[in-house]
Design a protein around this ligand. Structure first.
Ligand code: GLP
Length: 241
């Protein structure tokens, strides 16, 4: 693991965006796996700035997002579809047909999830996957459990995740209880992974991911097995390692 501890959000975003931008510059048809949440927002801002400066084009880039809430439409202000458009896609020259955010309300979840994995495979697999981490060690929406998950699937969110997501919703009843997420296997199939985390709330999860045993009780611990993973964190998130 390439573990780097930075002073602030700006430095993390600089390092993470550099890897992504270099990939897109050298492979203009790169496949990017993207994440929502607060963690990657500054990185997306750097990417937009590089695009605005004419340094890079996303015309031929394809993206696959990790996850999406069930029970709210893609048009909802809290959907990950909306999040990605507001924080990245609306500001770069990516083609909408090349953007993939899971459908949170598929008619047949099993068939839909299999088709999402198939689409990633057909595109050639993910070159760089951006990841955040949940306070309980989840990646995407792969919550702690008894077994590592495989491909994309529909998951019930844990109380800790529902609690963490509450801040985005007006009323508690609106917070989705389920999501569609790439499985752990879909995630580690990516050729390169950048995980970003900041703050003391993430410190235990970061400790367990790096120093704990590889176990589905901390889904992110699977990253120990990957040979090309960058862990970009601040001092607070690194405080227990
Ligand atoms: C959500 C998302 C994850 C994200 C995590 C951390 O649960 N499904 O993909 O990594 O939250 O979010 P944040 O970066 O806001 O702390």
């Amino acid at each position: 693991m390439d573990i780097r501890i930075f002073n602030n959000t700006e430095e993390i975003a600089q390092a993470a965006s550099e890897i992504i931008l270099n990939k897109v510059k050298s492979s203009p048809d790169a496949i990017l796996g993207l994440a929502t949440g607060a963690s990657p927002v500054a990185t997306y801002k750097k990417i937009i700035a590089a695009y605005n400066a004419g340094e890079v084009s996303f015309k031929n880039v394809k993206t696959f997002n990790l996850d999406e809430y069930c029970s709210i439409p893609a048009s909802d202000r809290n959907s990950y579809y909306t999040f990605m458009h507001e924080n990245l896609f609306n500001h770069i020259d990516i083609e909408e047909e090349n953007v993939h955010v899971p459908n949170g309300n598929p008619e047949n979840a099993e068939e839909y999830c299999a088709s999402y994995d198939e689409a990633i495979k057909n595109a050639g697999g993910i070159d760089i996957q951006v990841l955040g981490i949940g306070r309980n060690g989840h990646i995407g929406f792969n919550e702690p459990s008894d077994a590592f998950t495989a491909g994309t699937y529909k998951v019930k969110l844990t109380d800790s995740t529902i609690e963490a997501n509450k801040i985005y919703f007006d009323r508690e009843e609106e917070v989705p209880r389920e999501a569609i997420t790439m499985g752990v296997e879909s995630i580690i199939n990516a050729k390169e992974i950048i995980l970003i985390a900041e703050g003391t709330a993430k410190a235990q999860a970061i400790h367990d991911m790096i120093k704990g045993e590889i176990s589905p009780a901390c889904p992110a611990s699977i990253l120990q097995k990957h040979d090309n993973v960058h862990i970009f964190i601040d001092k607070a998130a690194a405080s227990l390692i």
